[in-house]
Design a protein around this ligand. Structure first.
Ligand code: ADP
Length: 475
């Protein structure tokens, strides 16, 4: 753990093992921190806040730019650690590292554009000035599926705004976070500005949530845990940013470019073995194009080599654990029992001598899927493509919006008016029009409804870490 500029062990030397999900091999350990360590991190972040917030924006930007350069220089090393602890194929891990680094660069630039405002007053002898100031000590809790990008997407705007941070990374993937913190240390950030606490999610989480010095919680993870954190935030009225679960519809209209639709469907679903909150989860295909789409998709899926992400050419790595694997199995079983057909794949494998690692699943296509099947109301988080046929635009919009989630949605059409019409009616925070991979540092990322609160990325992403102060001046 990295607290107040020091690398420390947990009290009593307690530790957690980090496991390679492809092989079950123990990669190393991280300290199992709890209340004591979370409290010292809060104290450190609290003590460092005023100094960090008082720096010029240009100084904070320089640290972030340095962190960006270091991440680029160490991209291969970070990617290797990521593949080993998370499982995604190495080429994909490299892509994530560069995406993660891009938040450092983007917010290094944005730090310099935190502008205030002068508002015309209603009296001659008054002036109205508006300042934007950092909210204060920020707690960031991140998931295992993007071990680098979720860290920097929170840290970079928080630091740019002038906040100090305590990060609690996912217990499955803390080593990527440790590496990023080594680089932040090399970048020379003043002590206490960034703190890393690994360990017990409940204990560290509760300590961060109870403490009034923590003014902001930014979280990416399950809707279930997000709801707990929102409730906990009420006692001290913390500012909250929540990136929670999704259940993305992907709609293919008859007038779509079929190659583009197949490519978009495969990309949005199969990256990181489907373990992505914006992954397409329900596939609505219009009747006239259904058969051709399924045939082309089946062909495309043959290219997806399954295996250990460290091996050349592998495109589908392991699932993170047994629970993730069993969810895919249960969605397939439930759908087949209720009348769906397996059009491709369907098999899972357990290839390691470890009870919670070595779980692989083939990309699987289900046809004849109906709304009452579990896969149509729950996030699968695996390489499963359930296809539903539809007739009209009205019908598909109704079905697509009929969910408590609202993170991402995708549509494929060559009609400009349909693209606008449908995009505007979809109750989702991110819409990919003929695009299966919309996420990028300069665009706002976040969900409607139970998929979250607030936006990360772009100039929107820095708002989450700023308070607005109004100064009324008599002259
Ligand atoms: P997933 O199902 O993707 O693992 P979770 O929401 O369980 O998502 O985990 C996301 C992050 O939240 C992880 O860092 C995890 O350790 C943390 N977490 C889990 N439970 C709690 C909790 N009660 N309080 C705070 N953080 C938690």
């Amino acid at each position: 753990m990295y607290i107040n500029g020091e690398w420390i062990e947990a009290q009593g030397q307690k530790s957690l093992e980090v496991i390679n999900p492809a092989t079950g091999e123990v990669l190393g350990t991280v300290p199992k921190g709890g209340k004591v360590e979370a409290e010292s991190a809060i104290q450190a972040a609290h003590d460092a806040f005023s100094g960090w917030a008082s720096l010029t924006a240009a100084s904070r930007a320089a640290y972030l730019k340095k962190a960006y350069d270091l991440m680029v220089d160490h991209q291969d090393e970070i990617a290797q650690i990521m593949t080993l602890e998370q499982g995604k194929p190495l080429a994909e891990a490299k892509g994530e590292v560069m995406y993660a680094a891009s938040f450092m660069e983007w917010y290094a630039e944005e730090a310099k554009r935190i502008y205030g405002e002068m508002i015309p007053a209603s009296k001659e002898n008054k002036r109205i000035m508006v300042l934007r100031q950092p909210v204060g000590v920020t707690a960031a809790i991140t998931p295992w599926n993007f071990p680098a990008a979720m860290v920097t997407r929170k840290l970079a705007p928080a630091l740019a705004a002038g906040c100090t941070v305590i990060l609690k990374p996912a217990s499955q993937t803390p080593l990527t976070a440790v590496k990023i913190f080594e680089l932040l240390e090399m970048a020379g950030l003043p002590k206490g500005v960034v703190n890393l606490v690994t360990g017990s999610a409940g204990e560290v989480g509760n300590t961060l949530m109870e403490d009034p010095r923590v003014r902001k919680i930014t979280f990416t993870g399950s809707t279930e845990v997000g709801k707990v954190l929102i409730k906990q935030s009420a006692d001290t009225v913390k500012r909250v940013s929540m990136e929670l679960g999704g259940h993305a519809p992907l709609i293919v209209f008859d007038d779509a470019d079929i190659e583009q639709a197949v490519e978009g469907a495969a990309a949005s679903k199969l990256r990181n073995c489907g373990q992505v909150c914006i992954a397409s989860n329900r596939f609505y295909v219009q009747e006239g194009i259904l058969e051709a789409f399924v045939e082309k998709l089946k062909l495309r899926l043959r290219d997806y080599k399954i295996g250990n992400g460290m091996e050349e050419g592998v495109l589908i790595g392991p699932m993170i654990d047994r629970r993730g694997f069993e969810k895919v199995e249960s969605h397939i079983r439930d759908a087949v029992e209720k009348g769906a057909q397996i059009a491709a794949g369907g098999q899972g494998y357990h290839r390691a001598d470890h009870e919670d690692a070595g779980f692989f699943f083939e990309p699987t296509v289900l046809t004849g899927v109906k709304e009452h099947m579990a896969v149509m109301s729950e996030e699968t988080f695996g390489p499963l493509i359930p296809i539903v046929a539809f007739k009209t635009e009205e019908e598909v919009l109704q079905a697509a919006n009929d969910t408590p989630y609202g993170l991402a949605a995708y549509l494929f059409t060559q009609s400009l008016s349909r693209a606008f019409r449908v995009s505007e009616k979809l109750e989702y925070g991110i819409i990919g029009v003929n695009d299966g991979l919309p996420a990028t540092a300069q665009a706002p990322f976040g969900g409607f409804k139970e998929s979250g609160i607030g936006r990360e990325g772009g100039h929107y992403g820095i708002d989450a870490f700023l308070e607005t102060k109004y100064i009324s001046i008599g002259i």
